[in-house]
Design a protein around this ligand. Structure first.
Ligand code: DAH
Length: 352
């Protein structure tokens, strides 16, 4: 085949390949195959060596023309294919803005915090203010100053975590009574929310749990004020038609002492598994501040009187929400926590 024919064949083949190429990548491969340094056109032109000197320029010119034509067609196809590929990509990556979104989980207040806020709000509305104290306490504040001396049998009620230096993880929030009374003068009206620690664990006990302590000290504070205040609290928290009762009890730091019960939230006093068939639920301990406690903070027991109380937040939350096992509170299982979606009453302005 003559060189001219070879060039013509090459051109035809290149044209048809370029026309049929389906991607810019395939097109690039065709360009290299025909026009590249070691491509087919170069190959054909090697045959020029065998030609007459006079013919060479003619063939050279024809080869250049073919090269230009192939390049032009190539360029045209590249532009077309690039546009097609971009359109395909845009179609593929298109976002359907009408599809429903994935949504983000809304955080909810932990049930213990809901109860804590509610209790706090009830007492704040009565003029109590919030006071806090340290988790690591001295033996003096946790026991001694509260009329619980070393050999006192009441220490058995506290499975205490002792530190090497003799300090303790506070077993109740009552030491904050002492701290506050030594730093302030009456009238004192405080509540003390906080963590407390006891070496005890089962479905209703946890080594760490939460208490709220209350203390009211002034001239002429009476036991009827204690009853009125705590009845108001329990009826606001559990419902105003719930019965409340006060039983005599004993705490070293109060005299007289009382335990306060509310009518069972489940059986309304008929007796069930929650109230151990008694119809009543024990909610808090309370009493008139013992004269010996006033002695230890330097108050004159003939000048001031007061009442104090203490309650457990976990117990309140378990009763309020019907939670059977205290450990659920600390496992942070969203399936559990998600069930307590209510906005605390304290935040809705419902508690007046
Ligand atoms: N500190 C007691 C306890 O942890 C609870 C308590 C009872 C606190 C009577 C008081 C009180 O302030 O008056 O069991």
């Amino acid at each position: 085949m003559s060189l001219v024919d070879q060039l013509q064949t090459l051109k035809n083949k290149a044209f048809s390949d370029i026309q049929q190429a389906v991607s810019t990548q395939a097109l690039e491969e065709i360009r290299v195959e025909f026009l590249g340094k070691k491509g087919l056109l170069t190959e054909v032109l090697k045959g020029m060596a065998t030609l007459d000197v006079a013919q060479r320029p003619l063939i050279g010119q024809a080869a250049n023309e073919i090269k230009t034509e192939i390049q032009a067609l190539y360029q045209e196809r590249v532009t077309g294919l690039q546009r097609q590929e971009r359109d395909a990509r845009l179609r593929e990556e298109a976002v359907d803005v009408s599809l429903p979104g994935h949504g983000t989980d809304l955080g909810l207040r932990h049930p213990l915090n809901q109860v804590l806020l509610e209790v706090t709000a009830i007492f704040q509305n009565l003029g109590f203010s919030v006071q806090e104290g340290p988790d690591v306490e001295s033996d003096y504040y946790n026991f001694e100053a509260l009329n619980i001396p070393k050999d006192h049998p009441a220490r058995d009620m506290h499975d205490t975590f002792y530190l090497k230096n003799g300090d303790v993880l506070r077993t109740h929030t009552s030491p904050v009574q002492i701290r506050t009374m030594t730093q302030q003068t009456p009238p004192i009206r405080i509540i003390v929310p906080g963590k407390v620690y006891r070496c005890d664990t089962d479905v209703t006990h946890s080594p760490m749990f939460h208490q709220v302590e209350g203390l009211y000290v002034d001239k002429d504070v009476t036991f009827s004020q204690l009853k009125g205040t705590l009845s108001h609290f329990l009826k606001t928290f559990f419902g105003k038609d719930k019965k409340v009762r006060f039983r005599p009890s004993y705490f070293p730091f109060t005299e007289p002492s009382t335990e306060v019960d509310v009518e069972c939230v489940k059986c309304e006093g008929h007796g069930c598994n929650v109230c151990k068939r008694s119809g009543w639920l024990e909610i808090l301990g309370a009493g008139m501040v013992n004269r010996k406690v006033f002695d230890s903070v330097g108050y004159d027991p003939d000048q001031v009187t007061g009442f104090a109380f203490g309650l457990g937040i976990e117990r309140l939350a378990m009763l309020k929400f019907g939670i059977p096992d205290i450990r659920f509170f600390y496992e942070n299982d969203k399936r559990f926590l998600g069930q307590f979606g209510c906005v605390p009453k304290a935040l809705t302005g419902e508690i007046k």
